[in-house]
Design a protein around this ligand. Structure first.
Ligand SMILES: *Cc1c(COP(=O)(O)O)cnc(C)c1O
Length: 379
């Protein structure tokens, strides 16, 4: 089945009690049992909920995985993966990644004696060099937030396998429409469903997809034992969002391409980060492992003064100044003071994230209107 068909029909079985085509929002905490232990497979809603089940089935299908699990946020999904580990275990993680993942790793989990080694994963030799007998997990993000760096998932999967470590890929930026890490050898795919999967800036949610049944059991155990589960209304919103993932992503990609090329020609713009430029470092790998280049773009102005950067950030009208990404509406963001403020400044600079970097989440409005808005703001 082709992707568009899978996306529409993923997890969408008519409701068994009424035939409702849309999965009902099962707003319940518990389920009545006929006798102790005699029930329809539903006991308590932290462990099972039919709305969540429909979404988890959809998650699996859209990532070509056997299993999906939903969590109350993207970071809750990430947190659950780290809970697979034991004190003394080591994680090799990308040095350029979402600030909240970095904060979770270094500020929460390092206290429990899990060691994180941050390397530039765009060069697989760095990952190989960081492997020790304690390496249990490799954590990748590609394209990265916010510098759009591309890592070769297939190559890192080979390294992970030979190290006997799990490979988890944060696939939030690409969405399953553009990239399927499980097909490339990853063990777990993680998404902030808050972004492209939900797609309408109205819900916080995360998910994990995997093929291995034993791994699914371990993660399900963590999901129900630690309890970071999404409510049924939130699951319904993501189920609804997923139905238009392919049409939204097509437009995000089309608009992203137009705006990336336009920005690059703008006399006041110094550098544009977008994986679709043929001369960008990650282009060949992006072309190989992605079906398009998406609507996330970062750029630097020639005038990097704080005053000018702040002026541009506040001067757009269609691009709203806000954290987050992946919604139908366009957003503009200042990673250094917003999404990535939790990464120490020296670390940010070392990884190439400049104080003046501006990040765009290009929405699905008319591209000409978006360009006119940016043109007026940049001046
Ligand atoms: C937003 C984001 C997260 C965290 O997800 P939440 O839903 O906000 O908890 C993780 N990774 C990436 C790449 C993100 O953009």
């Amino acid at each position: 089945m082709k992707l568009a068909t899978k996306i529409i029909h993923a997890g969408a079985e008519p409701d068994p009690s009424t035939g409702a085509i849309m999965t009902p929002i099962y707003q319940t905490s518990t389920y009545v049992q006929e006798a102790p232990g005699v029930n329809k497979g539903y006991e308590y809603a932290r462990s099972q909920n039919p709305t969540r089940k429909a979404l988890e089935d959809a998650y699996a299908i859209i990532e070509n995985a056997r299993y999906g699990l939903a969590f109350s946020s993207g970071v809750a999904a990430t947190d659950s993966v780290i809970k697979l580990l034991n004190p003394g275990d080591e994680v090799i993680a990308a040095s350029d990644m979402y600030g909240g993942s970095y904060r979770l790793f270094t500020k929460v989990w390092e206290r429990y004696n899990i060691k994180f080694i941050f390397v530039d994963t765009t060069n697989p030799a760095n990952v190989q060099a960081a492997v020790t007998t304690n390496t249990k997990l490799i954590w990748l993000e590609t394209p990265t937030n916010p510098l759009m760096n591309i890592t070769d998932i297939e190559t890192i999967a080979v390294i992970a396998k030979s190290a006997n470590a799990l490979l988890c890929v944060d696939n939030t930026f690409a969405s399953p429409y553009l990239q399927n890490p499980i097909d490339l050898g990853a063990d777990i795919v993680m998404h902030s469903a808050t972004k492209y999967l939900g797609g309408h800036s109205d819900v916080i949610q995360g998910c994990l997809m995997m093929n291995d049944a034993a791994l699914r059991e371990k993660l399900y155990f963590i999901q129900k034992s630690c309890g970071a589960v999404p409510g049924p209304m939130d699951c319904f919103l993501v189920l609804r969002g997923i139905k238009t993932l392919h049409v939204r992503m097509r437009q995000h990609c089309e608009n992203g391409e137009k705006i990336a090329h336009w920005l690059r020609k703008h006399p006041k713009v110094a550098k544009v980060y977008w994986p679709g430029f043929e001369d960008s470092a990650g282009y060949a790998i992006a072309k190989k492992q992605m079906r398009g280049f998406g609507g996330m773009i970062s750029f630097e102005l020639k005038d990097e003064s704080e005053k000018e950067v702040k002026r541009v950030l506040s001067a757009t009208h269609l691009f709203s100044l806000a954290e987050s990404l992946g919604g139908v509406e366009s957003l503009i963001n200042h990673p250094a003071s917003m999404t990535h403020a939790s990464i120490p400044k020296e670390e940010r600079i070392k990884n190439g994230l400049s104080e003046g970097l501006i990040r765009l989440s290009v929405g699905i409005e008319d591209a000409d209107d978006l360009i006119a808005d940016l043109n007026k703001a940049i001046g």
